[in-house]
Structures are given as structure tokens and as C-alpha cells.
Design a binder for this molecule. Structure first.
Ligand code: ADP
Ligand code: ADP
Length: 226
């Protein structure tokens, strides 16, 4: 089943010096529960493509369907993890994770149980009542991943979530991500500069090229899961 359908998408930004075409004629079908890695040099439009799937920005041309429906406003079926965890320092780890559930007005008792389960899954069991300043960068990013999943979206978008982490933490977190993906069956779109990481984690690697950004090739990864 197709989860996300990207159809003939172009994105042009207006800039001081004219217009920048960030994406040109992007077509991609992302299957339900598929793990997609988006790779390519800086400026090839990876973030733009991810932002279009959040519906925080709109395509200049073409359309994106989520679960067969036109994606014309941000959907609660989508969770987002950014490059920096940006946790609120005055809120406990648990209260940070619960933020999307609060904003969406979800049942907080259910959300709390889910948050505790997710924190446990990424090795942060027992840290619920600690504050972000007491956690390492890797632990903060784990909490941010839990925050991206607390409202139980079926799609998780991640923009270089490990970029700020050292190699060892990065690898650990990659394996944890796989465990989450296997346990909860999500459709994941993951932006990375790291090709080995892309091959290790993804079902398909989507390689993009710049000026203007477009899909160069789509590679099926047929590796056993670690
Ligand atoms: P369009 O897709 O027709 O350009 P948008 O609503 O996406 O319309 O954007 C409105 C204007 O803001 C456009 O001129 C666009 O180039 C610019 N724009 C879009 N996204 C951003 C952004 N993230 N930051 C700055 N400018 C943007
Ligand atoms: P990547 O994530 O692959 O580095 P981006 O999607 O950030 O690529 O950028 C693609 C192209 O669009 C680049 O040329 C970038 O300078 C341009 N761009 C991105 N965001 C904006 C914006 N808000 N306003 C104008 N140009 C932008």
C-alpha cells in the first residue's frame, strides 16, 4: 500500500537575487511501513522535500498525497524529529515528550503511558523526571525521537537527527531507531549525509542531485537487518 505519493512536485523559493528552484519534477511513492533514506549533497533539496511532507510549506507545482488524501495542511499522522533536539529546558523529559499530545488535545493518560513506553524503549526509562540539561546530547535526541512519536503518527520524518552526535552515539541511536521502526511499524523518511547509515537503516535509498534538486536514483537495499 502506498502511504505517501509525491507527484510531479516542484518547489521554487523567492530570494533577494531572484528565484531558486529547490526541487524540480520529483515523483516518488513511499510505501506503508517503508524506511526511506534521502541522501545527496548540501543544497539538493532534501530538507525542502521533508518540509513539503510536513505541509509546513507547499509545492509550487504538483501534489503530495498522504494515505490517498491531498496533503494541504499539517497532519497529526506525521511526526517530526529535527537536527537539534530543541527540548524546553524548564520542562522535564516526560513533559517535553508529551508536548505534541498536549498541543493536539489528546487523552493525556494514554499519552503518558505511551511516552513512558517510548522512553523505556530508547533506554531513557527512569529519566522521565529529569531535565534536558542533565542529559547528554545523545539522550536529548532520544527524547526528541520519543516526542516525534508520542501522538502515534504513522509517518515519522527525520532531518539529519544524528548530525550533531559523535560516531558511537550515532550508531547506537541508529540501532534504536530500527528497533522502534520494527516494533511500531512506521513509515520513516530519514535525511542523512551518511551513506553507510542510509544503507544500514533504509529499505530504499533515494539519492538526490542539486541545481535543481531532483531524484537521481532510487536504490533498493537488500541487506539483512543487524
Ligand atoms: P509558492 O510555493 O507558490 O512559492 P509558498 O506559500 O510556498 O508559495 O511560499 C510563499 C513565498 O515564500 C514564496 O515566495 C516562497 O518562495 C517563499 N518561501 C517559501 N518557503 C519559505 C521558507 N521556508 N522561507 C522563506 N521563504 C519561503
Ligand atoms: P538540503 O536539505 O539538501 O541541503 P535544502 O532543501 O535546504 O537542501 O535547499 C535546497 C535549495 O533551496 C538550496 O539552494 C537552498 O539554498 C534553497 N532554499 C532552501 N530553503 C530556502 C528558503 N527558505 N528560501 C530560499 N531558498 C531556500
Amino acid at each position: 500500500m502506498t502511504k505517501i505519493q509525491i507527484f510531479d512536485v516542484y518547489k521554487t523559493y523567492a530570494t533577494r537575487s531572484g528565484r531558486t528552484t529547490a526541487l524540480q519534477k520529483v515523483d516518488l511513492d513511499i510505501r506503508e511501513n517503508e524506511f526511506i533514506a534521502l541522501v545527496g549533497p548540501s543544497g539538493c533539496g532534501k530538507s525542502t522535500l521533508l518540509k513539503l511532507i510536513t505541509a509546513l510549506i507547499r509545492p509550487s507545482r504538483g501534489k503530495i498525497l498522504l494515505g490517498g488524501t491531498l496533503l494541504d495542511k499539517p497532519s497529526r499522522d506525521v511526526g517530526i524529529v529535527f537536527q537539534q533536539p530543541v527540548l524546553m529546558p524548564w520542562r522535564s523529559v516526560l513533559d517535553n515528550v508529551l508536548l505534541p499530545a498536549e498541543i493536539l488535545g489528546l487523552d493525556m493518560k494514554e499519552a503518558r503511558a505511551r511516552a513512558v513506553e517510548l522512553l523505556d524503549l530508547v533506554g531513557l526509562g527512569g529519566f522521565e523526571n529529569r531535565y534536558p540539561g542533565e542529559l547528554s546530547g545523545g539522550m536529548q535526541q532520544r527524547a526528541a525521537i520519543c516526542r516525534g512519536l508520542v501522538h502515534d503518527p504513522s509517518v515519522l520524518l527525520m532531518d539529519e537527527p544524528f548530525a550533531a552526535l559523535d560516531a558511537m552515539t550515532r550508531e547506537d541511536l541508529g540501532f534504536e531507531l530500527l528497533r522502534i521502526w520494527e516494533r511500531h511499524r512506521k513509515t520513516v523518511v530519514f535525511v542523512t549525509h551518511n551513506i553507510p547509515e542510509a544503507i544500514l537503516l533504509a529499505d530504499r535509498v533515494v539519492a538526490m542531485s542539486p541545481r535543481p534538486g531532483r531524484i537521481e536514483k532510487v536504490i533498493d537495499v537488500d541487506l539483512p537487518r543487524p
